[in-house]
Design a protein around this ligand. Structure first.
Ligand code: F6R
Length: 604
């Protein structure tokens, strides 16, 4: 989704802004732009539809300055074009604004401003902000911006330059991330730490309703009403190098191959062998509270929702607490019954997904206790939740999620074990699960070694127009996630079904042109899963099985190492990430930035 970068200091700003934009490219965008304060204090703007390198090629030779803001846009109001690209300026070109988010009442404001004589240069919602700020009679830029923001409804992360108030950048946040980067006599701002970490790891994440003024050697934060807020910089744990491709051709490939290490990280320091349990420091849930939980409801979107589905299964199995997962995007619109004995868990890699954040805010308004299972430290959902756990996957740059999915599921296994051990789970079972968890990194390495074989299989199936993914109980969310992965990166239509539902409808689809990917673990449902394979084979369907042993009815089997039954879902999806990757590669897709998708969906 859109990205913001800003800088104020002593260095030449344009190269810094372009580099920052490049680091945000992974979020997905369709145009880009930059504005700097020129030598005589005038605002100088360059915009371009397309990639950052297109923008770079348009930057004039003499484009010097030490203050500027820049943006990558993902079109919402108005098609991708030079004119609709940010920054947006007022008619006198004194105010420049870059904006992430959506102004919901933009049409109303455009009508009002047009009636007052304003001529709009673009079709965007953002442009209204530039005009509102320019037309404010307030004395300071901070007050002009907060006055303008009082007229808008919607979500925003903004950065503003004003020709009459040089030497400062004013920023504000409501629903779209804004992070300040604190340097030595220089300040950065961005919508994502990825754009900052090459220069500083000292950051301040703004909260909703917060604003900040950045000067070269100083910053201050305050509310939109103007009251001072306290902002203590924290250190980002991720290094600039973790954003590099590290010798891989794509981020997706790199991130799939980082999974053993990432799982090791989420386990590190948390296992308590003595009591056959785990410690999750940030839960803020004591044993008595954990025992009084009657239900668990997990909320997330897309891949995180699928991780939550596996998590719900783990919680039911290990802690015997009824649990289910639901898309946060649906939950928040159905006026859900919020039950005081239910523990709500919000899952999000980015910690900024608007639908999840809005669900958390709605739950909190109604008095619920909400935990976060989040990757990005200090993100909005992590801050909004009453407690939770970080999944420590490291930065995930590819638009499609892989290592975060795996680490999130492992984090759920830890949560389930913790809850189980304060309730009913025996020491023996606790130890059994811990042993299983410890085996995961080596087993992941083993799976990744089968890449050449998976590559061949991907080539063999890449001609399919559509694929069916099936799994039963523990295997069903694995099938759902694998089907999502395939459609996201290869654009092959894929549909996931519980294997038990085959004969209730989808069997009608089976013929030689419709391959089925089947999740077939060696557990108590093995025979039932085999029966499903028989049914497909009897209708001449091609079958690719992911199993713990060769499946006779399958045309091909990817054999994965066996873990404990409850933990098998963590491993069984991994070869299918590689399958999706190599299918997409065979079809020549833009793997890290699939069409129409963005890394973090901070709008509805
Ligand atoms: C799929 C994918 C998306 C995200 C979803 C939620 O590969 O990445 O489905 O999982 O948009 O994002 P987060 O986890 O950041 O809340």
């Amino acid at each position: 989704m859109c990205g913001i970068v800003g800088y104020i200091g002593k260095r030449d700003v344009a190269p810094l802004l372009l580099e920052g934009l490049q680091r945000l490219e992974y979020r997905g965008y369709d145009s880009a732009g930059v504005v700097i304060t020129g030598k005589s204090g005038e605002l100088r703007t360059v915009k371009a539809k397309g990639r950052v390198r297109e923008l770079e090629s348009r930057i004039p030779k003499r484009f010097a300055g030490t203050t500027g803001i820049a943006h990558t846009r993902w079109a919402t109001h108005g098609a991708p074009s030079d004119l609709n690209a940010h920054p947006h300026l007022d008619a006198d070109e004194k105010v420049a604004v870059v904006h992430n988010g959506i102004i919901d009442n933009a049409s109303e404001l455009r009508i009002r401003l047009s009636a007052e004589g304003v001529v709009f240069a673009s079709e965007t919602d953002t442009e209204v902000l530039a005009h509102l700020i320019a037309r404010s009679a307030a004395e300071t830029l901070e007050k002009k911006v907060s006055e303008a923001l009082r007229s808008v409804e919607g979500t925003y992360g903004i950065a503003v330059l004003h020709q009459d108030f040089p030497g400062r950048i004013v920023v504000a946040r409501n629903g779209s991330p804004v992070v300040l980067g604190i340097g030595e006599k220089e300040m950065f701002v961005a919508s994502d730490v990825a754009a900052l970490v090459a220069h500083t790891r000292q950051v301040v994440t703004l909260g909703d309703g917060e604003m900040a003024t950045l000067k070269a050697d100083d910053f201050r934060t305050y509310t939109t009403e103007g009251s001072q807020t306290t902002a203590t910089p924290t250190t980002v744990e991720w290094e600039a190098e973790s954003y590099d491709m590290g010798g891989h051709d794509t981020y997706m490939h790199k991130e799939v191959f980082e999974q053993a290490e990432a799982v090791d990280r989420v386990l590190r320091g948390r296992i308590d062998d003595r009591f056959a349990t785990v410690h999750l420091g940030g839960l803020n849930l004591d044993a008595r509270e954990a025992r009084s939980v009657r239900r668990i409801k997990i909320l997330g979107c897309g891949t995180s929702y699928h991780a939550g589905q596996i998590g719900a299964g783990l919680i039911e199995e290990l802690a015997r607490i009824p649990a289910d997962a639901e898309p946060a995007s649906e939950f928040r619109y159905r006026n859900p019954v919020v039950d005081p004995d239910t523990l709500y868990v919000a899952v999000s890699q980015s910690g900024e997904t608007y639908d999840v954040l809005a669900a958390v805010q709605e739950l909190k308004r109604k008095g619920a206790r909400v935990l976060g299972v989040v990757n990005v430290v200090g993100s909005a959902i992590a801050r909004e939740a009453d407690g939770g756990t970080y999944v420590h996957a490291g930065p995930e740059v590819c638009v499609v999620s892989t290592k975060c999915f795996t680490n999130t599921v492992v984090a759920f296994a830890l949560l389930a074990l913790h809850l189980g051990r304060v309730r009913d789970l025996s020491v023996t079972d606790g130890k059994r699960i811990i042993e299983g968890l410890r085996k995961l990194p080596a087993q992941i390495e083993e799976i990744l070694k089968t890449e050449p074989e998976i590559k061949q299989l991907a080539k063999a199936y890449a001609d399919a127009r559509s694929m069916l993914f099936i799994g039963r109980v523990r295997g069903y969310p694995v099938a759902r996630e694998a089907s999502l992965k395939l459609k996201e990166v290869s654009y092959i239509h894929a549909e996931a079904y519980p294997a038990s539902e085959l004969k209730h409808g989808p069997l009608a689809l089976i013929d030689p042109s419709m391959p089925t990917v089947a999740i077939v673990p060696d557990d108590d449902l093995l025979e039932k899963n085999r029966a499903a394979l028989e049914e497909i084979k009897a209708r001449s369907g091609r079958i690719l099985a992911v199993a713990h042993q060769e499946q006779e009815k399958a045309d091909h089997t990817i054999v994965v190492p066996k873990n404990e039954d409850e933990l098998d879902p963590i491993l069984m999806g991994i070869p299918l990430q590689l399958f999706a990757y190599h299918t997409a590669l065979a079809l020549g897709r833009d793997i890290d930035k699939p069409r129409n998708l963005a890394k973090s969906v901070t709008v509805e």
